[in-house]
Design a binder for this molecule. Structure first.
Ligand SMILES: Nc1ncnc2c1ncn2[C@@H]1O[C@H](COP(=O)(O)OP(=O)(O)OP(=O)(O)O)[C@@H](O)[C@H]1O
Ligand SMILES: N[C@@H](CCO)C(=O)O
Length: 334
């Protein structure tokens, strides 16, 4: 058993959501977004899990909860026993919509648990664990490091490089009311693709990465095209094909399926794009398909998790986990 430096207070972690793939960078490119989840964690006599807000319906409130399980994986790896936890989770990230809700929960749990045990694991160990749990590094990399992450995982080890997102990039997400699990959206993908389509994706993903790294917003429309996953997923998301094909004619820099979907993501130039036209176009297409969507303008999030250790003996923090998370926005930063 490792000599643990277990913190006595409560850890509160704010984690960004993420979009994966950015079109051709399937399982490789991710970008953190300004929509957040919070995980709070403290050692306890008996495990309690408190869910806050409307976005966590159906999430387990016992020891099968993803956040609890991931925390235990951290303690196991560090050789520390901490079986009972008081956990609070608040999320503004809708579940199973392609905005990395599971990745943010995994990253929040990893960082909170690791903070509780005095940073026993390195950032690299957390990234390797997160990738193995999520099975691809794009969402977890973005939530863990912020900005844009270019990552590759060979099933054993993941490597990444973080890129600072171009300035002046606005992000419209159109979130359908229906859910689409990553599992279902991966099941429609073919086992094999043609050399022609493979070459298309390698070249476009490389161009996209270079365009993002050098701020060439003018190339995004060309570079964000994909033949590896979006064409196969289109049947699951009415309106997607039209939005992807016509986005640039309607003022966007480019449009893609966000992660495994069903959310659609459109990029805009915050100084030169007419955001009203882009949003009206998306709403009209989805309305014609009879799909109800929520639209939100977001920005790339430049930071990974923000961590705060609070002393529960402090009168200000004598709060239930739920209340603490409600005030977490103010405490841990907007
Ligand atoms: N905050 C959370 N706490 C516990 N479990 C969560 C939390 N957020 C997500 N999950 C789990 O993750 C599942 C959603 O994962 P899934 O990969 O299907 O979608 P996603 O992560 O929202 O989308 P994508 O991976 O395409 O971006 C939920 O059904 C739930 O089981
Ligand atoms: N790269 C993954 C992301 C899922 O969130 C996919 O598209 O299946």
């Amino acid at each position: 058993m490792r000599n643990a430096n277990i913190k006595s207070g409560r850890v509160v972690v704010k984690v960004p959501s993420s979009t994966a793939n950015l079109g051709p960078g399937f399982d490789s490119l991710g970008m953190a977004l300004s929509l957040f989840a919070w995980v709070s964690m403290a050692p306890a006599e008996k495990t309690r899990i408190t869910l806050v807000g409307d976005n966590l319906q159906g999430v387990a409130e016992d020891k099968t909860n993803l956040v609890y399980e991931v925390a235990q994986a951290v303690f196991n790896k560090a050789g520390i026993e901490l079986p009972e936890l008081d956990i609070g989770i608040r999320s503004d990230i809708p579940l199973t919509r392609g905005l990395g809700s599971s990745a943010s929960a995994i990253v929040g749990a990893l960082v909170a648990a690791n903070t509780l045990i005095g940073q026993a694991l390195t950032d690299d160990e957390l990234f390797q664990m997160a990738t193995a749990l999520e099975k691809h590094p794009d969402n977890v990399g973005a939530s863990l490091f912020g900005g844009i992450v270019v990552a590759a995982w060979d099933g054993l080890r993941a490597e990444y490089i973080r890129i600072e997102p171009p300035a002046l990039l606005d992000v419209l997400v159109a979130i359908p009311e229906f859910e689409l699990s990553t599992k279902k959206a991966r099941n429609v993908l073919p086992e094999q693709i043609s050399m022609k389509d493979a070459v298309f994706n390698v070249t476009h993903s490389s161009l996209l990465t270079a365009a993002l790294a050098t701020g060439r917003l003018d190339l995004l429309g060309h570079a964000m095209r994909d033949r590896l996953h979006q064409p196969y997923r289109a049947s699951l998301i009415p309106g997607m094909e039209k939005i992807l094909h016509e986005a640039t004619e309607n003022g966007a820099l480019g449009a893609v399926l966000s992660g495994a979907g069903p959310t659609l993501l459109l990029l805009a130039d915050s100084e030169n794009s007419d955001k009203r036209i882009i949003e009206a176009f998306v709403k009209k297409v989805m309305d014609n398909e009879g799909i109800t969507i929520t639209t939100r303008w977001l920005e790339p999030c430049l930071h990974g998790p923000i961590v705060r250790l609070v002393d529960e003996n402090d009168a200000d923090y004598k709060l239930e986990p739920g209340q603490l998370l409600r005030s977490a926005e103010a405490e841990v930063g907007a």
